[in-house]
Design a protein around this ligand. Structure first.
Ligand code: ZN
Length: 181
């Protein structure tokens, strides 16, 4: 049964083995690292060092998690995550950041809101997989992943408490970029 008010996620098919589950989880981690790094690079180009640094720190967390998965599974290279399309709940890929919401003047507070949304989505995703109870090892691994993502959520929430809330006019650039050709 799904929690009141929340429609059950449409599930195509869960991962069938622990290897399959971990391969997909690793692919997700690597994708998150890539996204956070891209965002950090973009912020750096706009001289927004504060937010760039923040995204780099998140990339570091996800990379560490990815390395732990590799170590746990005894993998030297990331295995192909071949069943990606049909083996996961049919929702948007978890832990992806909405690029459309990225503004070059964004403050750390905004960046953290994006990261929070991505980490919450990842947590919910693993919770769903754990509920599918495909097999005991997969369930256990999903619960572990969920706890890890919950930790990321808590980390970001604590971080949000520490950064100033942006001014209402944060998007106004006193020195707008000039494009010359
Ligand atoms: Zn995470």
């Amino acid at each position: 049964m799904s929690p009141a008010g929340k429609p059950a996620l449409p599930v195509v098919q869960g991962p069938q083995s622990l290897e399959e589950f971990m391969a997909q989880a690793l692919a997700m981690e690597n994708e998150a690292v890539e996204r956070y790094t891209e965002l950090a690079d973009a912020m750096e180009q706009h001289n927004n060092q504060e937010v760039a640094q923040l995204f780099r720190t998140m990339a570091g967390h996800e990379a560490k998690h990815g390395r732990r998965i590799m170590a746990e599974m005894g993998w030297l290279a990331a295995p192909p995550a071949k069943l990606h399309a049909r083996s996961w709940p049919a929702e948007a890929a978890p832990e992806t950041l909405p690029f459309d919401d990225v503004h070059y003047l964004m403050r750390p507070w905004h960046a953290l809101q994006l990261a929070l949304a991505a980490e919450r989505q990842a947590e919910a995703f693993f919770a769903t997989l754990a509920r599918l109870s495909i097999s005991e090892p997969v369930r256990g691994a999903a619960l572990e992943m969920q706890a890890e993502e919950a930790h990321h959520v808590a980390l970001i929430q604590a971080w949000i408490e520490k950064v100033p809330k942006p001014d209402p006019d944060w998007a106004t650039d006193p020195d707008p970029p000039r494009y010359t050709d």
